[in-house]
Design a binder for this molecule. Structure first.
Ligand SMILES: Cc1cc2nc3c(=O)[nH]c(=O)nc-3n(C[C@H](O)[C@H](O)[C@H](O)COP(=O)(O)O)c2cc1C
Length: 416
């Protein structure tokens, strides 16, 4: 049986082949172990002519793997590849490199390479005579390995074991350990889970009467802006689509402004159609009506280009705006889009009529509870049978931000 992961260290798998430089693998295993890595070794049969499994086992405290068909570790080629955070062939002989490049699984290191899924660093440190190093057959095999995305750690020049001088000396253990450390750090960054991408809308839309006058609501855009800043500071990629009449807009790296409902809808549609977002937090107060016609009291249409003369009574005909929130999923490139929407009420009715919404979460607040410094409310979560159940309450903007952060954290790992 293979041992379980080392709790403290990272897992390094050393593959060793039949080279005069194989003794350096013992030194490397020892240094890695001292540095806190968990080290396992798999040797070619020919490697055992140069170094014994007992040396590795004594140093690493782990069984040394030798054969594809060892009793008790029959699937070692798969298990070892999955166990490792990084695999280093050290030293890699010309023959072993040929085996890997040809896709032959003739011994355990070659079979481990065939089981490699290219999700972690796989490095090869060749060692050989200078003429072998220059050989076109070897060069071709190395090119093949590079084309697979395998990193070659080239040998250095100097006096070789055979007495000749030239390139072929195995990379020294100290240098190898430094590279291992670096590659593991890069691979950690690459494999870090992606944070969900978030589009936040904030502030009120406005509806033109003529070219200078607009009908507007009182939304300040502060809540959406506050939330956008908090999520941005927590490392989430955030875009804020905010009313140009909003009070707060500083500090957001990705900011777009809107004015009318039509402008808002166009920008939102474009953003969702051309970028992948995982969440939309829809806190914008979209006007329910737009001005479809302006007449005088006798029903005569007024000219709305420029500025309407105001010495006569005006009649504004208001028509309902389309419900933009219903379009979000249709517009979104990401068909798994999650929506967090806001609902503001102003009366004392206890029926919030949440069922007409199609959001995963609804943040409900009452007009009297939303002010410059205060913000109280409650978050509801949609159930599988499309009911909304209370999930949490908040008393301040900071508590609201924390609740949304919790939603994102508990529902992450589902990014596209
Ligand atoms: C004393 C001695 C030293 C050797 N050193 C190397 C070497 O440094 N590099 C190499 O590619 N082959 C070297 N060889 C040849 C390999 O051991 C031989 O090609 C062997 O088949 C490699 O098998 P393996 O890759 O499965 O371990 C050496 C052979 C002998 C006898």
């Amino acid at each position: 049986m293979l041992n379980s992961d080392s709790a403290s260290g990272r897992n390094v798998l050393l593959l060793v082949s039949g080279s005069i430089a194989a003794f350096k693998a013992v030194a490397l295993a020892s240094s890695l172990k001292k540095a806190g890595y968990c080290v396992k070794t798999a040797l070619t049969e020919n490697a055992t002519h140069f170094v014994g499994p007992a040396s590795f086992e004594g140093i690493t405290g782990e069984k040394t793997f030798l054969q594809n068909f060892d009793a008790g570790s029959m699937m070692a080629h798969i298990h070892l590849e999955r166990w490792a955070d990084l695999i280093l062939f050290y030293p890699a002989s010309a023959e072993s490199i040929a085996n890997l490049a040809s896709g032959s699984g003739r011994n355990l290191p070659a079979a481990i390479f065939l089981a490699h899924e290219f999700k972690k660093p796989f490095l090869i440190a060749p060692a050989m005579n200078q003429a072998m190093w220059k050989h076109p057959a070897l060069k071709r095999n190395l090119e093949t390995m590079k084309a697979y995305g395998i990193e070659i750690l080239p040998p250095s020049a100097g006096t070789l074991a055979c007495g000749e001088t030239g390139e072929g000396r195995l990379l020294e253990p100290e240098e190898a350990i430094r590279i291992i450390q670096e590659r593991l750090e890069v691979s950690d960054i690459k494999n870090a889970p992606l944070k969900p991408r978030i589009l936040i809308t904030a502030g009120g839309t406005s509806e033109p009467i003529d070219e200078v006058r607009h009908l507007r609501n009182l939304s300040s855009g502060r809540t959406g802006h506050h939330l956008a800043l908090s999520l941005q500071n927590a490392g989430y990629p955030v875009t804020l689509l905010q009313s140009e009449y909003s009070f707060a807009r500083e500090g957001i790296r990705s900011l777009m402004l809107f004015s009318t409902t039509r402008d808002f809808a166009e920008k939102l549609k474009h953003e969702l159609e051309t970028n992948v977002y995982d969440y939309v937090v829809h806190s914008a107060a979209v006007a329910d009506y737009h001005v479809s016609e302006v007449t005088d009291s006798t029903g005569r249409p007024m000219k709305t280009s420029g500025k309407i003369q105001t010495n006569v009574p005006l009649v504004l005909k208001l028509l309902p705006n389309p419900k933009i929130i219903r379009e979000l999923r249709t517009w979104s490139m990401n068909k798994n889009l999650k929506i967090i929407s806001f609902k503001l009420t102003s009366d004392e009715s206890t029926d919030l009529k949440l069922e007409s919404y199609d959001s995963e979460w609804i943040i409900h607040n009452h007009l009297k509870d939303v002010g410059l410094d205060s913000h109280k409310g409650q978050i509801f979560k949609k159930t599988a049978d499309h009911r909304y159940l209370p999930q949490s309450r908040f008393r301040t903007k900071a508590e609201l931000d924390a609740s949304v952060l919790k939603i994102l954290e508990t529902n992450s790992g589902e990014t596209q």
